[in-house]
Design a protein around this ligand. Sequence first.
Ligand code: CAA
Length: 285
Amino acid sequence: MLGRTQSSNPSGAQTWGLAVRSRLCTMAGMSEFILTRTEDHVGVCTLNRPEVLNALSVELMDQLVAALEKFDADPNIHVMVLTGSEKVFAAGADIGDMAEASVVEMMERNNLARWLRIKAVRKPIIAAVSGYALGGGCELAMHCDIIIASESAKFGQPEINIGVMPGAGGTQRLTRAIGKFKAMEVILNGRFLSAQEAFEAGLVTRVVAKEQFLTEAMRLAHQIAQRPPIALKLAKEAVLKADEMSLSEGLEYERKLFYSLFATEDQKEGMRAFLEKRKAVYKGK
Ligand code: CAA
């Protein structure tokens, strides 16, 4: 990976104004479809294909997976933020890439493997969404753990309008997030949900003014990044199991993860600090 100091964002994607270390990384010899930078313990990935509304090409997805996995493996990073620009989060899979593809070509691309790698990221990911989050863009936001939306955000699964259906988890994750009857309208009729509707339906964590969406996501990320890192990962893992396990299996799973945290230094530090009425200093051990 190459790295250089970033003072302004060449893509026009929204930048973060705090005086903190900011790095722009790019895959050697490739277009910069994903910009990355770090601020303290927060890693930020910005989707950067503005000419096609951040359409999720295979190359973009490869870069995104690599960037997320790099942050996931970096002990200095505790939380990630995934964002686009104020105008668009992502308008879905790249239709130009798919229009003339055969079944075999689609299968050979093995996009599912990329989505599974995003699902496997263990640290919390906050999606900061403004503008369109459609098709694979909505599915990408739903792979994150918290969604902060600007008031201009629009969520939808409009694949039905181009002769297909969601293919990266939309029928499952949207249904779990907002329920069958709302999901059916969004998926069967290609209707977009406004940020407020998405919030009321349970898809979005918080709606903020469009000037604030990234600031708010970063504020939250910095707060969460202060928490004990191992407990963060295990708590994320346990919450995600709620979608896949029965209640009794999930409770059993949670209990085992809970007990396992008593093997960490951070558990001792957190509880001792509480009793000693001081701020805990976590080491991620
Ligand atoms: N793939 C490729 N190119 C796209 C794109 C996509 N998903 N979405 C937008 N673009 C391109 C447009 O073709 C256009 O390119 P040109 O300037 O070269 O013509 C450029 O981005 C700007 O787009 P528009 O002119 O259409 O912008 P708009 O503001 O008028 O409309 C929009 C915005 C409503 C988001 C519209 O672009 C749109 O409907 N996009 C497609 C949304 C969609 O169907 N997404 C689902 C894709 S399939 C999928 O995601 C499958 C899956 O589950 C993984």
